[in-house]
Design a protein around this ligand. Structure first.
Ligand SMILES: NC(=O)c1ccc[n+]([C@@H]2O[C@H](COP(=O)([O-])OP(=O)(O)OC[C@H]3O[C@@H](n4cnc5c(N)ncnc54)[C@H](O)[C@@H]3O)[C@@H](O)[C@H]2O)c1
Length: 292
């Protein structure tokens, strides 16, 4: 829960820019920051949901419509991101949070749907880079404290079979955000830090199109937004989220197993290879040494 003392970087009156902010995790984060008194710019390419979200946030924000800006944006366009930055800085003067969160989901395996691949890389990878290089750079130049949060996915870490295009895009977001964090912390006097938000299964616009009622296994978008605030408060770089079917311990083991493929020279994605099923199951059950 965000309060006046939770995170000094967040303060009523400061601005936040959230891409993909018309729905799901982006909108839940916007709601939380607006209720706290921050001024919110949501950017989304879906005009209808953008208008609805703007109305909703106006009802929550301390100063109503003055504190809410909604900009139709396609994050894959560098020009759109430049324009978004101009509008957000123009209205608020000061941005404490850039959340590069918009994403496309349609993809496929390595041999399918070249058009889907292009789109997913344009939105999920170039879209994040465009945000970092326009609004992120402007935040750095202005010299005030702030956060750049890029939304990744566990699929970018353990890369399960199926939607390889999405996995590749989210693995790129992870590498980009790690590099950004290093660059920022080595810039003299820079008060901007980078963070990777890693949601688990979350019931949002994308899932809601396919599943009418929230499955028990999923977290709500609000839970992810709460976890994001908690992660920023603790200065975590990897803000790893759980959901209602996967514990932190299970996530850690899956991540360790995936890294072990390379170290142990196992076949790629051995977690889903029938010859490694028993070994993986045993690894998931193995007692772990107590943390130091
Ligand atoms: N929902 C999950 O289970 C889950 C899990 C892991 C990661 N994520 C990530 O969380 C982030 C938010 O997704 P969500 O689950 O809230 O989904 P969502 O569909 O509710 O929200 C995504 C938003 O992005 C917008 N968008 C798509 N393409 C865009 C573009 N080119 N330009 C601007 N806006 C665009 C959509 O219109 C939509 O409003 C994404 O980065 C997604 O990859 C979600």
């Amino acid at each position: 829960m965000l309060t006046e003392t939770t995170i000094s970087t967040f303060a009523p009156g400061r601005g936040a820019v959230i891409t993909g902010g018309a729905s799901g995790i982006g909108l839940a984060t916007a709601r939380q920051l607006a209720a706290f008194g921050m001024r919110i710019c949501i950017a989304d390419r879906d005009r209808a949901t953008l208008g609805k979200a703007q109305q909703e946030l106006t009802g929550v924000a301390r100063n109503g419509a003055d504190d809410v800006l909604a900009v139709e944006t396609d994050v894959s366009s560098p020009d759109d991101l430049e324009r978004l930055g101009e509008q957000a800085f123009g209205r608020f003067g000061d941005i404490a949070l850039l959340m590069n969160n918009a994403a496309a989901f349609r993809g496929g395996d390595a041999l399918s749907d070249p058009e889907g691949w292009r789109r997913i890389l344009d939105v999920n990878v170039s879209g994040v880079l465009n945000g970092v290089q326009s609004i992120g750079r402007a935040m750095v130049e202005r010299g005030k404290p702030g956060f750049i949060v890029n939304t990744g996915s566990k699929q970018g870490i353990t890369t399960p079979p199926g939607n390889t295009a999405y996995n590749v895009s989210k693995a790129a977001v992870k590498a980009l955000t790690e590099g950004l964090a290093h660059t920022l912390r080595n810039l003299p006097g820079c008060q901007i830090s980078a963070h990777l938000l890693i949601p688990g299964f979350t019931y949002t616009g994308d899932a809601a199109k396919r599943i009418p009622v929230k499955p028990a296994a999923a977290w709500s978008a609000e839970q992810v937004a709460e976890r994001l605030v908690q992660g920023l408060e603790r200065n975590e770089f990897y803000i790893l989220c759980q959901d209602n079917e996967t514990t932190r311990d299970q996530d850690e083991r899956r991540i360790l197993w995936a890294a072990g493929d390379l170290v142990e020279n196992r076949p790629a994605l051995s977690r889903w290879h029938p010859d490694y099923k028993d070994a993986f199951d045993a690894f998931m059950r193995m007692p772990r040494p107590a943390a130091k």
